[in-house]
Each structure stands twice: as C-alpha cells, then as structure tokens.
Ligand binder design. Structure first.
Ligand SMILES: [Zn+2]
Length: 185
C-alpha cells in the first residue's frame, strides 16, 4: 500500500508541524515503525469562515490501548454496533485508494460536507511521519457525536472527560457549558 505523508490538517495546532510526542507518555512518534492515532475536534464559527480547534493530540498505541480498557465493555460494544450499522462499507473501502484528505471532506456516517458541520472530529492512524492508509483518515460530524453519546455509560463519559480535563484545561475566560466530547482512540 502506498504511504502518504501527514496532511497539514493533522498537524499540531500548537506547533503547526507534525505531532512528535504521545500526549500521555511522551513517547517520540516520528520513528518509522511507531504507530499512533491523531484526533482533532474542530468548531466551525459563524458563517463557518473561521475555525476553532477544540482539542488536538496524538496518542501512541500502548496508551490508546490502556484508554480503551478503561471504557466499559458495554459502552465499547454499543459504539462498535453503531459504527457497524451506520458505516457505508463500500465507500469506506474506496477511501483506501483515495488521498488521505479525501476522507475529511464529509462525515463518514452522515455524508454531511465539512463546511456544513458546526462541529466535527477528525482521526488519523499514523506510522512515523506517514498516514497508515490501511485505516484511512476520516471525519465524524457533530450530529454523529450526539447520536453516540447516549449510547455510553456515565462512567465512560467521565473517563473521556477526565482525559480531556487532564490535558486541556480550558481558558477560564472562554468557559461555557460544553457537551461531553468523544474520544475515539
Ligand atoms: Zn503513549
């Protein structure tokens, strides 16, 4: 499978360059064989001419695995079932042969165009400084988050919020009630 460089959409908001470290254990990520996940939540603003990065991070596979174990089995199975029932397998398979940016143009589940999403999250599975196209990058609209959250247990939502609070303490002047956000490592 052809290897692709990491598109700027997945660069760190802070450094404007590829992520170099795991957010949890600080492992260096850009060695050739190191696999990791990048997740980014973005808010489109009025008229959607401006964007706000809600959070972004990279996490190594070991830490992602640890997080997965903290999610309750029931919540995990509900999420997997939701994806199985709602993903268009054919278009997901076609993404393997497209550019990594292609999957970011519309919601993988709802097909909503990115510019029509008030909020969205994007994911990439990377290996060193390349995108792993065996698991192509994708985008999930805010609408999907809203459908997924009720499927999760309170404990799982607490775990996810705990992770975000630990790494992204919000600027107090910007504090507003925000809905819980999904971590889909
Ligand atoms: Zn790690």
């Amino acid at each position: 499978m052809e290897e692709k460089g990491i598109p700027k959409e997945f660069h760190s908001f802070e450094t404007n360059a590829p992520f170099e470290q795991c957010i949890e254990c600080e492992k260096y990520l850009l060695d050739d064989d190191t696999e990791y996940i990048i997740e980014k939540a973005v808010k489109n603003y009025e008229g959607y001419s401006a964007k706000d990065i809600v959070f972004d991070y990279a996490i190594c596979m070991d830490c992602a695995e640890t997080m997965r174990k903290e999610i309750s089995k029931e919540s995990w199975e509900s999420m997997m079932r939701y994806f199985q029932e709602n993903i268009d397998i054919q278009s997901r398979l076609e993404m393997h042969n497209q550019s990594p940016e292609e999957g970011l143009k519309s919601c993988m589940i709802k097909k909503t165009q990115l510019n029509d999403c008030g909020e969205y999250q994007i994911y990439a599975h990377c290996k060193g400084n390349k995108i792993n196209m065996e698991n192509p990058p994708y985008m999930i609209s805010g609408e999907v988050m809203e459908e997924l959250l009720p499927l999760l247990s309170d404990k799982t939502i607490d775990e996810m919020n705990g992770f975000l609070d630990k790494h992204f303490s919000p600027d107090p002047s910007l504090m507003e009630p925000t809905p819980p956000r999904l971590i889909l490592v």
